[in-house]
Design a protein around this ligand. Structure first.
Ligand code: NAI
Ligand code: MG
Length: 488
């Protein structure tokens, strides 16, 4: 029999009552049109697709499917609006962006609940992280709108024109904010497409944009799947594409626009290394490991999905980690106690389950807590694998789910080599008592973001982006303005 850890004892002796967030204050229409030229507009073909709640498979609403003709309309409206919008003073543009930020704050509760309903993430995360950060991105870039000459001294920055933005389903409203806010601050107009499983908060943002009085056509939001995205990518009047999503689609986009004068930024996948040295504060590091891989069900491009633990502390770290996993609460995303919500889609659940099987078939040793899971909906237990090595597919490939691959190391050089042995280069974390070690590793690790004694922390003022197959270009901070301007 295995020894009972503190947290299994805790779990056996305590239980939480359900604490669901109320949905009374939420208004969701039964059907949503496209947001083009400042109005909700029916799609030309009249096609709508369903968006469901991944936690119980119930239908939430229907969303318009934009064809290339609808995308043409959206681009034409953005091109028309560009003339006036780009000629406004930065101070005037800033006022609108500040207004959008404040309206997001005012409607934060509604947006959080809809984010969790439509995408499956725990309400604790949408309420405390996604929605406040989305508002903060608008606040931050509103502040830059009239200071572009300080951002780029003596370089006379000019906007590009109509920009096309395609976003994923893991941080729906936050990714819309990352894309729209810097584009508006620099004087561009926008055609944005949310992901097909999580369109609703982008459509709520369209309502907010309408309420803000932003001139018609400055932001257009078209819903649909890959085909709609491709119509944006291929549109001749679009000057720049900003994409966040899979490396596969990123590669397609790069090919599709090769030879054109379109600008491109790509924020793609990752396989972040989380490195625990023997001198780290172990209990904090264990909490950090949990946050690195189980935040948002592991649907995080910068997730710490590869754990490297120094050999001398590996046994105790893994023991404590298993104990902590036993106390995680999996279930209703709207329950305020929930740590791990629903997997975003059945498609993604199949991808994750397939990787778990690959890990087992390749000889990995699995651990999953013995916990109850809801009967209906898309669920996956938090999972870790030990006895895996660099050549295992679950160590090399992005899983985008709550699955952690653990390896050990003895020396700094060894862990640097192992951590960099990946086609990706988005994020890493280093846990140690020594600041000098953090600085040394931050120079040696090939990753766009490196956290010291923490993980998955985001701030609008801080640039974010990758190396290698994780993409190129930066979003956030001063760096995030640059992809939206040209210099004359
Ligand atoms: P995806 O890359 O297909 O979806 C992202 C966005 O791209 C969505 O809005 C989608 O409609 C759009 N899209 C799809 N095909 C397109 C095309 N040909 N042209 C233009 N836009 C297109 O990602 P998917 O299939 O939902 O997830 C598959 C894997 O991708 C995940 O398992 C994960 O590994 C990775 N992924 C990474 C993300 C990140 O944040 N880096 C986000 C989402 C997925
Ligand atoms: Mg949905």
């Amino acid at each position: 029999m295995t020894k009972k850890t503190d947290s299994t004892v805790f779990k056996a002796s305590w239980s939480y009552d359900a604490a669901p967030e109320s949905t009374d204050h939420i208004q969701i229409k039964s059907q949503y049109d496209l947001f083009i030229d400042g109005e909700f507009t029916a799609p030309i073909n009249g096609d709508y697709f369903e968006t469901i709640n991944p936690a119980n498979h119930q239908l939430i609403s229907k969303v318009a499917e934009a064809t290339s003709k609808d995308v043409d309309k959206a681009v034409a409206s953005a091109a028309k609006a560009y003339k006036k919008w780009s000629a406004l003073s930065g101070k005037e543009r800033g006022k609108y962006i500040f207004r959008i930020a404040r309206l997001i704050q005012e409607r934060a509760r509604e947006l959080s609940v809809i984010e969790s309903l439509d995408g499956g993430k725990p309400i604790r995360e949408s309420r405390d992280i996604d929605i406040p950060l989305a508002a903060n991105h608008f606040f931050y870039y509103a502040g830059w709108a009239d200071k572009l000459s300080y951002a780029f001294p003596n370089r006379n920055p000019k906007p590009l024109g109509v920009v096309g933005q395609i976003i994923p389903w893991n941080f729906p409203l936050l990714m819309a904010a990352w894309k729209i806010a810097p584009a508006l601050a620099t004087g561009n107009t926008v055609v944005l497409k949310p992901a097909e499983t999580t369109s609703l908060t982008a459509l709520k943002l369209a309502e907010i944009i309408k309420d803000s009085g932003l001139p018609k056509g400055v932001v257009n939001i078209v819903t649909g799947a890959g085909k709609t995205g491709a119509a944006i990518v291929e549109h001749p009047d679009i000057k720049k594409i900003a994409f966040t999503g899979s490396t596969g689609v990123g590669k397609y986009i790069q090919k599709a626009i090769a030879g054109t004068d379109k600008k491109l930024t790509l924020e793609l996948g990752g396989k972040g290394a989380n490195i625990i040295f023997e001198d780290a504060a172990i209990d904090q590091a264990v909490e950090g490991i949990i946050n690195a891989i189980f935040f948002n069900q592991g649907h995080v491009c910068c997730a710490g999905s590869r754990l490297f633990v120094q050999e001398s502390v590996a046994k105790s770290v893994i023991e404590k980690l298993k104990g902590r996993m036993n106390s995680l609460m999996i279930g209703d995303p709207l329950d305020k106690n929930t740590d791990i919500g629903a997997i975003n889609s059945e498609k993604q659940l199949k991808i994750i389950e397939n990787y778990i099987n690959i890990g087992l078939n390749e000889g990995g040793e699995i651990y999953q807590p013995d916990c109850d899971m809801p009967k209906k909906g898309n669920w996956c237990k938090p999972t870790l694998f030990i006895n895996v090595s660099q050549s295992h597919r679950i160590v090399q490939e992005e899983i985008f789910g709550p699955v952690l691959a653990i390896q050990t190391f003895r020396t700094i050089d060894e862990v640097i080599e192992k951590a960099n042995n990946t086609p990706y280069g988005l994020s890493a974390g280093v846990w140690t008592e020594k600041g000098s070690k953090i600085f040394y590793l931050s120079q040696k690790l090939k990753a766009g973001v490196i956290w010291g004694n923490t993980f998955n922390k985001f701030d609008p003022a801080s640039p974010f982006g990758g190396y290698k197959e994780s993409g190129f270009g930066r979003e956030g901070g001063l760096h995030g303005l640059k992809p939206y301007v040209k210099f004359e």
